[in-house]
Unconditional design. Structure first.
Length: 122
């Protein structure tokens, strides 16, 4: 039996790693002025329904996406928080979440969006 060429085995191995590893991404779109970035692991709050009765300013929208084995909220949320911190946000207000299949193989994908806010100070 003839062995497959080395390059073909390498490509096959890399494709397997990508498919089984899943993918995570997040992007931030500003809606108001720029703020100094905070550390990507800052202590940013997350609200899914009621926001505390404090004044805040919306500074942008962050959208995250996870696929394959990384398509759960627990997988995508850290990326959303990281982008919110980099944008200078103090908190995220969760907005929407949609799960769908994509590609010929029907890979499960979850897309989540949140509003990034900063608390107003006097």
């Amino acid at each position: 039996m003839k062995k497959p060429p080395k390059l073909l085995r390498l490509v096959s191995c890399l494709a397997t790693i990508v498919v089984t590893g899943g993918c995570l991404s997040a992007t931030f779109v500003p809606t108001s002025g720029a703020y100094p970035a905070r550390a990507s692991d800052c202590n940013i709050e997350v609200f899914s329904s009621a926001v505390p009765d404090l004044e805040y300013e919306e500074i942008g929208i962050v959208e995250g996406e996870g696929s394959a084995w990384k398509a759960d909220l627990e997988d995508v949320l850290p990326k959303l928080k990281e982008e919110g911190c980099r944008a200078g946000g103090d908190a995220l207000i969760m907005q929407s979440s949609e799960t769908f299949s994509q590609g010929r193989d029907g890979i499960q994908t979850q897309r989540i969006s949140a509003t990034v806010i900063r608390w107003k100070t006097e």
